[in-house]
Design a protein around this ligand. Structure first.
Ligand code: HEC
Ligand code: HEC
Length: 289
């Protein structure tokens, strides 16, 4: 009886709390709607984050990387030949955005938001396995690409090995390293790991990472509603690819890798997709029925 009465006494405050939460929620939703639908949020690249927003985002990024990289086993990184191969990759794939000792980044790198920093101090902030994770997976919404689809596993660690040396190099020493590093094209052309089993999920990610979704609507791949190329829903059950090839997995691999030979003059560009990626993509596309 006494318990009942106290329960009854508690009820109004609970209602008040719920009602307040509801009203606040509505206000927040209305504010968000005004921001989004009213176009109030300024997307200009010249518009900087507030210092607090920037710090919070930076911290979230750091913690995210730490957590995800914590179980990665690090190979030995001291071998100089490894670092030299990594130097070549760094020169071919990273300098445009990040710069190097005595080398400014290109215009694109200079004007990106967030600004890609010089990686000369990366060793102080990140463990090797974290540098590997960052290089492999990239950073979403920042423009830092995921290199997993461009560099082999060995090359990823080669670049990490070079980043271990980078803080000790002045401009002259950097030049000397570059003079000794293998000349281009020496990075990113490594043989794909064709022994790896076909991986449907990897194929789904690869479709995004090779810009297929820039032209095609592909179920399972988030992207704009673009119709430059035909939508690829139910591509798995279609009889022909681009009206020319009978639709088999091998034919799809050929279409993706050798588009312009298969159908000379087609509007679809040949995107330099490697065989392993093409195989995985074909497997994923095969599931769209
Ligand atoms: C297209 C431009 C671009 C290229 C090319 C690029 N990066 Fe980045 N990178 C970025 C941006 C943007 C960030 C994010 C900076 C931030 O969040 O403060 C970043 C961040 C990083 C970070 C985290 C650094 C830190 O402490 O903030 C690492 C490590 C990194 N990149 C390594 C690499 C390596 C290695 C390569 C070459 C294989 C590479 N990047 C190529 C744009 C690029
Ligand atoms: C710049 C735009 C563009 C990009 C990027 C692009 N495609 Fe296409 N794609 C097209 C166009 C246009 C066609 C139609 C070609 C034709 O029929 O001659 C097409 C056709 C296709 C078809 C045949 C569709 C059908 O209905 O028969 C497939 C499959 C396909 N693309 C897959 C891909 C994959 C996988 C990628 C990424 C590696 C990709 N495309 C990247 C424009 C693009």
């Amino acid at each position: 009886m006494g318990q009942n009465r106290s329960a009854m006494r508690k009820r109004p405050p609970l209602l008040v709390v719920l009602a307040t939460a509801f009203v606040l929620g509505l206000a927040a939703a209305a504010g968000a709607a005004a921001l989004v639908l009213g176009g109030l949020y300024d997307v200009a690249s010249t518009q900087q984050h507030w210092p607090l927003t920037y710090s919070v985002l930076q911290k979230a990024m750091q913690q995210s990387v730490r957590l995800r990289a914590r179980d990665i086993a690090e190979p030995p990184l001291a071998d100089e030949r490894m670092a030299l191969r990594g130097a070549a990759c760094f020169r071919d794939k990273c300098v445009q955005c990040h710069g190097a000792p005595g080398v400014a980044q290109d215009d694109i790198g200079k004007s990106m938001q967030p600004l890609p920093g010089p990686l000369v101090d990366a060793r102080q902030h990140w463990r090797p396995r974290e540098l590997y994770w960052l290089t492999r997976h990239g950073i979403r919404m920042s423009g830092m690409p995921a290199w997993e689809f461009r560099l082999s596993e060995q090359e990823l660690w080669d670049v990490v090995a070079f980043m271990q040396r980078l803080p000790d190099l002045g401009a002259t020493q950097y030049e000397q390293w570059m003079a000794r590093a293998p000349p281009p094209p020496s990075c990113g052309g490594a043989l794909p790991d064709l022994a790896a089993p076909v991986d449907v999920e990897r194929g789904r990610v690869a479709l995004h990472q090779h810009a297929c979704s820039a032209c095609h609507v592909i179920p399972g791949v988030t992207g704009a509603q673009v119709h430059v190329g035909p939508p690829l829903d139910s591509i798995g059950s279609r009889r022909l690819i681009a009206g020319t090839l009978p639709n088999t997995q091998e034919a799809m691999v050929r279409w993706i890798m050798h588009t312009q030979q298969v159908k000379p003059g087609t509007a679809m560009p040949q995107l330099g997709v490697g065989e392993r990626e093409a195989r995985d993509m074909a497997a994923y596309l095969g599931t769209l029925r």
